[in-house]
Write a protein that binds this ligand. Sequence first.
Ligand SMILES: CC(C)(COP(=O)(O)OP(=O)(O)OC[C@H]1O[C@@H](n2cnc3c(N)ncnc32)[C@H](O)[C@@H]1OP(=O)(O)O)[C@@H](O)C(=O)NCCC(=O)NCCS
Length: 161
Amino acid sequence: MRGLKGKTEVALSGKIDEADLKEILAEHDLAVRGDVSDYVVLKIDGRLCAAGRLVLSGRNCFHLEVFGVRGELRGRGIGGLLLSEIIKRPWKYCREAEGGGDYKSYRLTTVARGGAAGFYEKHGFRAFSFAALPPPYNTQCDDCPDRETCRPLPMVLEKER
Ligand SMILES: CC(C)(COP(=O)(O)OP(=O)(O)OC[C@H]1O[C@@H](n2cnc3c(N)ncnc32)[C@H](O)[C@@H]1OP(=O)(O)O)[C@@H](O)C(=O)NCCC(=O)NCCS
């Protein structure tokens, strides 16, 4: 990672991460959804630098509901590292799938805020349609007053191992 040194660790979160998670999510105008231990976090030397929330959305299907990097650490490869890990083994970082997984083929979906679509494309995602997303994500932006400025783009990655 550019300009960053230290021991990097990607794992599911725990109670101990609650305050840091709240801080990162607040930067994205989000509150903690579900349990604080449902998130996948990237830490460098123990400091929480990025977080995401992956839910099981069907058989072999995972939906990345939240994804963000600490504001001052963006553009240094941290988001890319966390996303690559998630793509390789989503079941490992999805609380609902714990204990299962190691699928031969699987699908990851997300809704990128328009500006971030290029980031996901770099990692193999392609544009998808809202209608093809699992509920409740297929209608999540329907009544949002920020839709025009946010330009949400549903995206999918289909993976074979
Ligand atoms: C989008 C985000 C997760 C990317 O993480 P990051 O650590 O900044 O990204 P990385 O440094 O790993 O990779 C950035 C690469 O993606 C590309 N990219 C394309 N669109 C981008 C965008 N909107 N933001 C950041 N990078 C983007 C960059 O050009 C860069 O390419 P390079 O490595 O060839 O220079 C992070 O910037 C972030 O949290 N942004 C605000 C919240 C957000 O938009 N989250 C996504 C939710 S849909």
